[in-house]
Design a protein around this ligand. Structure first.
Ligand code: C2E
Ligand code: MG
Ligand code: MG
Ligand code: MG
Length: 286
């Protein structure tokens, strides 16, 4: 009885493992095809000054519209692209798209920043700086509008190499942003050594404001620390007016989240501007 049960359990797990392995293999193959067949699109989520409703910048977020599977979320395919090395090509494409987008905005008189997520592999790549430098020259984008989002864990492995890479990126004029801040290694003592410009407060601290007093304390502490270190701070995952007001009261004014907009395709920008206008009117009159 126990033996039979054990065997069944093993069988069950091995089937699950198989399914997971098959899915990985499927995604890996489809990623290569998808790249060739242009199934990817970059969406943009605005970072808004909550006092004025001006768009300060956009975060570039990769979207994959697969012909039979539909939309495959980044959390599902980025890790596989990272493990197989395909992220380098995919990431370079995102960088190119984002630069082109920034240049199109400039032609409309808009000087918004563009934040681009880098994977660990891309950040470690010794050709990243020359790739970016060529791209900046080719597209004519102003480097100071490019922000690269890194996570704490990407900086922690080889600290000296990370610092060198950051200095080279900064020498191009690019800004560095720490994504998902507070969720990785506690890098408080390192923070001063890394030449970073922006902290992005992770959504996990924002989402339960104003119910969770611990999260409120942590969020307020991150903002205060960022100010002391003269870093800009952006809050991600802001969904409600209460969250936005809490952040404002604690001196964090740049917010990104569904309250203002989900990530959108470029052609949806006019609708975004309309919504921001409407919000200005309704917040003033409420
Ligand atoms: P992230 O960089 O932390 O991006 C923020 C994620 O939070 C995005 O998910 C965004 O759609 C979501 N989000 C923003 N505001 C809200 C909100 O108010 N409520 C909720 N529930 N969610 C919100 P997304 O687009 O699914 O991306 C997930 C992750 O995938 C990103 O997290 C990033 O780590 C990675 N990723 C996306 N695009 C790229 C890329 O081009 N390159 C790399 N290396 N990673 C990427
Ligand atoms: Mg990000
Ligand atoms: Mg983030
Ligand atoms: Mg996050």
């Amino acid at each position: 009885e126990a033996k039979a049960k054990g065997r069944n359990t093993f069988h069950f797990y091995s089937q699950e493992l198989n399914a997971a392995a098959n899915e990985r293999l499927f995604i890996e193959n489809e990623l290569r095809i998808g790249l060739k067949e242009k199934q990817f699109v970059v969406y943009y989520q605005p970072q808004v000054d909550s006092r004025t409703h001006q768009v300060i910048g956009y975060e570039a977020l990769l979207r994959w519209f697969h012909p039979t599977e539909g939309a495959i979320p980044p959390d599902k395919f980025i890790p596989i692209a990272e493990a197989t090395g395909l992220i380098v090509e995919l990431g370079e494409w995102v960088l190119q798209e984002s630069c082109d987008f920034a240049v199109r905005l400039t032609k409309q008189g808009l000087e918004n920043n563009i934040s681009i997520n880098l994977s660990a592999r891309q950040f470690k790549d010794s050709s990243l700086v020359s790739t970016l430098s060529k791209m900046i020259i080719r597209t004519g984008v102003s480097a100071k509008r490019l922000h690269l989002e890194l996570t704490e864990s990407m900086l922690m492995g080889n600290v000296e190499a990370a610092i060198t890479q950051l200095h080279e990126l900064k020498a191009l004029g690019i800004s560095i942003s720490i994504d998902d801040f507070g969720t990785g290694y506690s890098s408080l003592s390192y923070l001063k050594r890394f030449p970073v410009d922006i902290l992005k407060i992770d959504r996990s601290f924002v989402k339960d404001i104003p119910e969770d007093t611990n999260d409120m304390e942590i969020t307020a502490a991150i903002i205060a620390m960022a100010q002391k270190l003269k870093l800009d701070v952006v809050a991600e995952g802001v969904e409600t007016i209460e969250q936005m007001q809490f952040l404002q009261n604690n001196n964090c004014f740049i917010v990104q989240g569904y309250y203002f907009s989900k990530p959108i395709a470029e052609h949806e920008l006019p609708k975004l501007y309309e919504r921001l206008n409407e919000l200005s009117n309704s917040e003033v009159s409420s």
